[in-house]
Design a protein around this ligand. Structure first.
Ligand code: MG
Length: 427
């Protein structure tokens, strides 16, 4: 009991950079000037999340004691009877993170302190080296190493085919807030705010596998072993080819191979484990405990790569992380440029506290975003640093945010990638 109650809740939608369609929840309290922020960013369906917050969670939660985070999480989670899913969990995450922000402010502590303190000074982040040729990827990776990064994800275009995470056209600059998916290529039309790295085009698994293996060979032969390499398959391979691919990249000793399988085919991880020791990560589109719990319990993966908002925020993430610690599994929370700085601050709180932290995906925010979100985590020398301020240590300039509403033209969908025969491939 704190006698401080939830006075109001609302969703704030803003897009300070193309594709960075943020949804931030603001909880105001009965204590003048005391409020909290949380991230509910689901860039493909933000209006549905907003409705879940403003129309359903708001009336359910007004008047509740801000101290009771666990009770609020549990009661809100079952208040819809049907639960989980990216819409409801993102909405719940916005509330949950805002309540942790408030609790930290009331205690005068950063959230990482509130939950036990630091296990490390800063969180190692990985950078994205993505280009149309192996030479360009190598140049980018060398640049990151020069900047102090110890972890680099490498993706290269497959000549003549659509590829996840790298342009098949001209080389691209490293644009601020590029997630692995978002690009502004020199070949994309200037007014196309929703050009995707993978482009609409034909994907075929074997050409992709060959180009990815050639890239990793080049990285190890030219750059050597002074950097950890990561690679994302993005669920695109048929299952037996996924097993084959994990075996084939084993000699390159990746930090992890990401999303080798889609959520509904993860039983195949057992086959992968029988064949090789390539470290595996998965989880960015997970939104139900049934997806991640068996993989942790069975020690079938090495990194929990969930994003906090689609699983419901800090409260459930702490539990998954603790379970993973006991099973010898590490974390690698998803944090591309479409996670708001509020969400990335929440990731950082856990990254600093949990003992089984592995790595954090970095988001590079542009100057406008940093102005809009004072206190955004700083990335320096390949690490993300906290400002040590109470709560999540971040604020929002709502007037500025209101000037950059979501661009509705994109429709929020991923362009479909297809096989040569027209069959849809996972994004
Ligand atoms: Mg990914």
């Amino acid at each position: 009991m704190s006698n401080v109650k939830i006075r109001d809740i609302r969703a704030i939608l803003t897009e300070p950079s193309p594709g960075a369609r943020f949804t931030v929840v603001k909880i105001e309290t009965t204590e003048p000037g005391l409020y909290g922020l949380g991230c509910a960013s689901l860039r493909t369906r933000p209006k549905a999340v907003k409705a879940a917050i403003d129309d359903y969670l708001r009336p359910f939660l007004i008047g509740k004691d801000v101290a009771d985070i666990e009770d609020i999480w549990q009661s809100a989670y079952v208040s819809s009877y049907w639960r989980s899913g990216p819409i409801l969990n993102n909405a719940l995450s916005g509330v949950d993170e805002a309540l942790w922000d408030i609790k930290g402010k009331m205690a005068g502590m950063p959230v990482y302190d509130l939950i036990g303190g630091k296990a490390r000074e800063a969180a190692a982040v990985y950078a994205h080296a993505s280009a149309s040729t192996v030479e360009e990827v190598e140049d980018q990776a060398l640049g990151f190493i020069e900047e102090g990064y110890h972890h680099v994800r490498v993706q290269v275009a497959t000549p003549g085919f659509a590829t996840y995470g790298a342009s098949g056209g001209e080389a691209r600059d490293r644009d601020p807030q590029d997630g692995p998916n978002w690009i502004t290529t020199k070949t994309a039309p200037a007014d196309d705010r929703y050009a995707y790295a993978q482009r609409a085009g034909v994907f075929e698994p074997k050409p992709y596998m060959r180009s990815a293996v050639a890239l990793l060979e080049r990285m190890r032969s030219n750059i050597g072993w002074k950097v950890e390499l990561l690679h994302d398959v993005h669920e695109r391979l048929p299952t037996i080819l996924a097993v084959d691919f994990a075996k084939e990249v084993e000699p390159f000793k990746l930090f992890f191979l990401e999303d080798l399988l889609p959520p509904h085919e993860t039983a195949w991880f057992e086959r992968v484990r029988e064949q090789c020791s390539t470290p595996l990560s998965i989880g960015e589109i997970f939104n139900n405990p049934l997806e991640i719990v068996p993989l942790i319990h069975g020690r079938l993966i090495d990194f929990v790569r969930t994003r906090l908002s689609p699983i419901g925020g800090i409260t459930p993430a702490r539990k998954y992380a603790a379970m993973a610690e006991l099973m010898g599994v590490r974390t690698a929370f998803q944090g591309p440029g479409n996670v708001s700085p509020v969400g990335q601050s929440a990731h950082l709180q856990l990254d600093l506290n949990i003992s089984n932290f592995g790595v954090q995906e970095e988001a590079i925010y542009n100057d406008l975003t940093k102005e809009m979100f004072p206190g955004s985590p700083e990335i320096r020398d390949g690490f993300m640093w906290s400002n040590g301020e109470p709560g999540l240590g971040i604020d929002i300039n709502e007037e500025l945010a209101a000037k950059y509403p979501h661009n509705e033209e994109g429709g929020g969908h991923f362009d479909n990638v297809r096989r040569a025969d027209g069959t849809v491939v996972r994004p």
